[in-house]
Design a protein around this ligand. Structure first.
Ligand code: NAD
Ligand code: GLY
Length: 370
């Protein structure tokens, strides 16, 4: 047996009859025991993509071989640009073509794009089949695989069509992060950094002190970062599963970030890159509204830059850039009766959801884009 650097940790998502465990550790993917408590079914369907399949599908098949008589798979085209109806339908085509029944268990093997689409397919195929998240990007391990948000994009807005649907289990194998390109690792760091300003300044300090180890994908550092991120997300989701209030704070940086993604065309900037830059913009707005001081904005901006993320937003429209951002942000799911809602830092470690004066939002966009 391979020696492990870190023990396997479990974080519980407490949601009554929809509760489940997140397993975090090394060499989990290929171990049959990892998937021990799954619903009994004749067939499993691995939903993955053309990049992840050659790397990890065989290991997952091996682990599941004692559990299921039939193990099918579907390899989706890779990329945010394919998080749409056409690609989602490939999953349904495969399930129906193979006469899969309502007990079939779906395994999402990949990053957030695969996880969000496989989750939405699981929520809607035959009105709901069980699914397991096996996230293979840092971003998916610390955020997207946890909490049950599933969706596809619409050309007019990010994640506009989807469902809340919880997985049966999340399996975060830290070893798979070793094959992630550096740009994708940085994108995942954005969602880790996010948890500091909104909820836990001690974690923010730890990220600040350990950025080099995180960028080097050090297993100990990653184990702590993934566990603490999942704990914070578990706490928030446990309080507010369907985002009627508190859960919105997890969208810090996302109002601006989603506008960047939609405005540039999905996939041009990575989701984590857009969120990183969106956090800089949201922090600037928080400072302009008198909620935090300039020193904190600088500290956060420097940390985001050290994570390898962009800190200046793209110019989406040479004539009226701020107007273009505002029009895109109106489509945000948090908008209420034409008012764009922002996640603002209400003092380090605390967040609030609030509208903001248009003139201030415009000033932030003008200042933060280049
Ligand atoms: P992604 O799924 O596109 O994966 C990034 C890239 O890494 C892809 O090319 C993928 O094929 C590749 N890849 C995956 N695992 C790999 C590995 N181990 N080694 C090498 N390459 C690997 O992007 P992402 O950043 O994981 O996820 C972004 C998506 O997640 C966005 O669509 C975003 O909206 C969504 N998201 C959802 C939630 C949620 O709560 N549901 C939260 C945050 C983000
Ligand atoms: N990523 C934001 C959420 O899960 O609510």
């Amino acid at each position: 047996m391979t020696a492990l650097n870190t023990p396997t940790e479990t974080v519980r998502i407490d949601l009554a009859d929809r509760s489940y465990d997140i397993l975090i550790g090394e060499n989990l993917l290929e171990q049959a025991g990892t998937y021990g408590q799954l619903p009994k079914a004749a067939a499993a369907m691995i939903v993955t993509n053309t990049t992840v399949s050659p790397l990890y599908e065989a290991a997952l098949r091996h682990a599941l071989s004692g559990h299921y008589k039939l193990i099918h798979s579907v390899q989706l085209p890779d990329g945010e640009a394919h998080k749409d109806w056409v690609t989602l339908n490939l999953i349904f085509d495969k399930l129906l073509g193979l006469a899969c029944d309502r007990k079939t268990v779906l395994f999402a093997l990949g990053g957030g794009v695969v996880g969000d689409m496989a989750g939405f397919a699981a929520a809607s195929f035959m009105r709901g089949v069980p699914f397991v998240q096996v996230p293979t990007t840092l971003l998916a391990q610390v955020d997207s695989s946890v909490g049950g948000k599933t969706a596809i994009n619409h050309p007019m807005g990010k994640n506009m069509i989807g469902a809340f649907y919880q997985p049966q289990r999340v399996v975060c194998d830290l070893g798979v992060l070793k094959t992630l390109p550096a740009r994708e690792l940085s994108a995942g760091l954005a969602e880790i950094i996010k948890y500091g300003p909104i909820a836990d300044m001690a974690f923010f300090d730890w990220i600040d002190a350990n950025m080099l180890a995180l960028k080097a994908c050090d297993t100990h550092a990653m184990a702590h970062a993934v566990k603490r991120s999942c704990e914070i997300k578990a706490f928030v989701v446990g309080q507010d599963e369907r985002e009627s209030g508190l859960r919105a704070i997890l969208n810090f940086g996302h109002t601006f970030g989603h506008a960047i993604e939609a405005g540039l065309g999905y996939g041009e900037w990575l989701h984590g890159e857009a969120v990183g830059c969106g956090m800089v913009m949201a922090a600037n707005l928080s400072a302009d509204m008198g909620l935090i001081d300039a020193a904190f904005v600088k500290r956060l901006t420097d940390l985001i830059a050290r994570a390898g993320l962009p800190i200046k937003g793209p110019v989406l429209d040479a004539k009226d850039n701020a107007g273009h951002y505002m029009a895109l942000m109106l489509h945000d799911k948090k908008s209420v009766a034409g008012d764009i809602q922002f996640i603002l830092i209400d003092g380090p470690g605390k967040a609030r959801v609030s509208a903001a004066p248009q003139v201030m939002v415009r000033a932030v966009i003008d200042r933060c884009c280049a």
